[in-house]
Design a binder for this molecule. Structure first.
Ligand SMILES: [Zn+2]
Length: 117
């Protein structure tokens, strides 16, 4: 684990998750665009997306799975690309949303605890 006790994604994994999702939130009920031009500089962009962990990066996070290795927690297969609102929503509702299923095309299904399979 890293110094702050989190198995964070590498910069390359964050970039790949964003590109695979075309910088669009992967929540099928959202699909917000997360990138755009900076209003004060024509050569810059504003990037708001987040590479969220499907199972948490640390034991204190939402949906932590102790059976995964640190490498599995950092792997792109444990990531999903979301807008800031959706990323906060899934982490702040950690008792209700217990499972995220990530598909190869970047879409995600959120299931509540009562719908667990
Ligand atoms: Zn979203």
């Amino acid at each position: 684990m890293s110094r702050n006790n989190r198995d964070d994604f590498s910069a390359a994994t964050v970039r790949d998750l964003a590109r695979r999702a075309s910088y669009i939130c992967s929540n099928p009920e959202c699909h917000n665009l997360t990138i755009g031009p900076a209003s004060n500089d024509l050569e810059k962009i504003v990037f708001l997306g987040k590479a969220a962990h499907i199972t948490a990066a640390s034991p204190l996070g939402a949906r932590y799975d102790p059976s995964l290795t640190p490498g599995e927690r950092r792997d792109i297969k444990n990531g999903i690309f979301l807008c800031p609102g959706c990323a906060d929503k899934i982490d702040k509702n950690k008792d209700k949303i217990t499972q995220l299923t990530c598909y190869i095309n970047g879409s995600v299904t959120m299931k509540s605890g009562s719908q667990r399979t």
